[in-house]
Design a protein around this ligand. Structure first.
Ligand SMILES: C[S@@+](CC[C@H](N)C(=O)[O-])C[C@H]1O[C@@H](n2cnc3c(N)ncnc32)[C@H](O)[C@@H]1O
Length: 269
């Protein structure tokens, strides 16, 4: 496993109705290498009624994230909703990765993309995982160059790229075998009008389809339950993906004994 992380607090963002309903949680991580603060299996929990950045942030706008990451301390990172330490999520991610790898007869590494990585260490944790025994590469990417520079400095052994997933894939873009999204697509579904959200998710799904192989696969880990997500994921012709999407529910135990949930949506072509 990679460097141990110290979980200092967990706060709930309540930024709009969708998030309020979904009990969106954020886990604030500090001092990633501080051995004095051992991570607990479940992070300490504090719940606040408002987000750190006001009432209605524009999560789908990269300039919002640039500002947010510029304002945040450079050694403080946030992990949205759930971490790889969640046993169920971990087993689902591992089995997805194993399944992608086993269906390919690659002599070279199987290529994964972790878009909208923010300052999540999910990609680092997967690469350092002792529960996986596969030959993979993983590119972490985000639309905010501020957070990418920060993560490069914190985890120089991993790959960090600046990339806008709402832009059409450019010629020569790396083609991946699979994509792992945690809470990036959620950012397009927080606030705004339905028509804009439909367009953004459509552009996003198309982009993901363009940057994956013909047998490409994708998981989207989301705080949104299927009733609030499927109409976005099953638009028109599927935007390059099969409309038959597998859904898994992930229970997230909180330290105070309550439980939260998120969902893992698995796309194939
Ligand atoms: C809710 S955060 C999730 C961060 C991280 N994946 C996690 O789970 O902790 C959404 C992330 O998506 C990024 N993002 C938003 N719009 C984007 C876009 N158009 N292209 C690439 N990244 C984008 C933001 O910069 C932010 O880091």
């Amino acid at each position: 496993m990679g460097p141990r992380k110290a979980y200092s607090s967990l706060s709930m963002s309540a930024l709009n109705d969708d998030i309020r309903r979904s009990l969106l949680t954020q886990i604030k991580l500090t001092q990633p290498n501080d051995e004095a603060q051992q991570p607990s299996s479940q992070p300490e929990t504090t719940i606040s009624k408002t987000d750190d950045h006001g009432d209605r942030p524009e999560y789908s706008n990269i300039s919002y994230w640039q500002h947010r990451y510029t304002s945040n301390s450079q050694d403080t990172v946030f992990e949205w909703v759930v971490t790889y330490e969640n046993t169920l999520l971990r087993s689902l991610i591992d089995s997805f990765i194993n399944s992608v790898c086993s269906k390919l007869s690659h002599e070279s590494q199987v290529k994964f993309l972790h878009p909208g990585c923010g300052d999540s260490t999910l990609g680092v944790d997967i690469i350092n995982s002792d529960s996986l025994n596969v030959n993979i590469s993983l590119d972490n990417s985000d639309g905010s160059e501020v957070v990418i520079e920060k993560m490069k400095a914190l985890h120089p052994q991993s790959t960090w790229l600046v990339s806008d997933v709402l832009a059409p894939a450019r010629d020569g873009h790396t083609i991946y075998d699979a994509i792992i999204d945690k809470c990036l697509c959620d950012a397009f579904l927080c606030g705004g009008v339905e028509a804009d959200k439909l367009v953004k998710v459509k552009e996003y799904l198309k982009h993901c389809s363009q940057v994956t192989t013909d047998s490409g696969r994708m998981i989207i880990i989301s705080f949104g339950q299927p009733e609030s997500r499927m109409r976005f994921f099953q638009q028109e012709d599927g935007c390059g993906w099969n409309k038959n999407i597998k859904v898994e529910e992930v229970v997230i135990p909180l330290k105070d004994g309550r439980k939260n949930k998120c969902w893992l949506y698995e796309f194939t072509k």
